[in-house]
Design a protein around this ligand. Structure first.
Ligand SMILES: CC(C)(COP(=O)(O)OP(=O)(O)OC[C@H]1O[C@@H](n2cnc3c(N)ncnc32)[C@H](O)[C@@H]1OP(=O)(O)O)[C@@H](O)C(=O)NCCC(=O)NCCS
Length: 297
């Protein structure tokens, strides 16, 4: 039986190719995700601090990472610690490795001045002892707004094409948070990796008149808008007209406070299990908020 005593504790190993690859293998095994594309998409997040255990062969058998996630919350920017990539190899589970890594990561977040914590999980019980609680997430649904804007003017983008990747990347640098009520700000690398992973389900289009990138999908009569990247978020009516979407209904996965779309009603979003520390959770519970899959972590 493997024993935790034979393991080597390491932290901050994103810059070490062998350790990064070992972490990629662990996450591929446990979650069937490949983090390697982040190296050529947006680069590795320099704020990310992985904590982990490695065996004598250099295999990563446990990991828990923390990184800085600036959030727009009620019009204010908060510097929040976000946690991801929590996994322990099956053979090493049940011996306190994860508890040890969680304690290190939460301590690191406090020592580096983060004012709150946030994470996404389907196992909330793991994090309740660390002061986090679940916050319900919502989508926003309503009739497609009418617009007097001109007809369609959009171009599909592919992150496979260097020019498109450059355009998306440059616009992420200057984006306004998609919502002032609750949105992730910046986090270019995270957006690019999510857009890459979800490229078969989510279309990225560049709207030339609005100088905006919209992440969207059409499902029968419904247009789902996942995110908008622009220096100034355009009204939803203009977005729909520019996309040429012939739908009766629109749904956004983020709070629509910047979309000039008064008819939207909140509907529970069963896809996102978000937890936040008490001070942040209280602010998010003041009225319904959503969380775009382009910011998932
Ligand atoms: C969840 C996981 C990380 C736990 O790793 P582990 O090393 O076995 O956990 P530990 O032995 O350190 O246990 C830490 C605590 O979590 C609890 N715990 C362990 N697995 C749990 C689970 N599935 N659900 C809820 N609590 C769990 C333990 O009881 C222990 O509680 P305690 O501190 O009060 O004693 C591991 O099972 C795993 O990798 N699972 C698959 C990936 C996953 O779900 N990751 C979490 C993503 S958010």
């Amino acid at each position: 039986m493997p024993s935790g005593r034979d393991l080597i504790f390491r932290q901050g190993y994103f810059g070490e190719p062998d350790a990064f690859e070992a972490l990629a293998v662990l996450l591929q095994d446990i979650f069937s995700i490949d983090i390697r594309p982040m190296q050529w998409l947006g680069g590795v997040d320099p704020t990310c601090m992985p904590f982990g255990y490695f065996d004598a062969q250099g295999r990563c058998v446990a990991n828990f990472s923390v990184f800085s996630m600036p959030l727009a919350v009620n019009g204010r920017t908060m510097r929040v610690a976000a946690y991801q990539s929590g996994a322990v190899s099956p053979a090493y589970r049940g011996r306190g490795l994860y508890r040890d890594l969680m304690q290190r990561a939460f301590t690191h977040a406090r020592q580096t001045g983060h004012e709150a914590d946030i994470l996404l999980t389907d196992k909330p019980a793991l994090y309740v002892p660390y002061g986090l609680r679940s916050v319900r997430m919502f989508g926003f649904r309503g009739a497609m707004p009418q617009s007097s804007a001109d007809g369609p003017a959009c171009q599909a983008l592919s992150l496979d094409r260097p020019a498109d990747l450059h355009r998306v990347s440059a616009m992420l640098d200057i984006r306004q948070p998609v919502s002032g009520r609750f949105a992730v700000t910046g986090m270019k690398a995270l957006f690019l990796l999510n857009a890459w992973w979800q490229r078969d389900e989510i279309t990225l289009s560049y709207l030339s008149r609005q100088k905006a990138i919209v992440a969207w999908r059409q499902e029968a009569e419904k247009l789902i808008v996942f995110d908008v990247v622009s220096a100034e978020i355009p009204p939803l009516g203009e977005i729909c007209a520019a996309l040429g979407a012939a739908c009766s209904c629109v749904e956004t996965r983020f709070s629509p406070d910047r979309l000039q779309w008064a008819e939207a009603e909140a509907v529970a979003d069963p896809h996102v299990y978000l937890m936040a520390s008490a001070s942040l959770a209280e602010q998010l519970e003041q009225s319904p908020v959503g969380f775009t899959p382009l910011a998932e972590f």
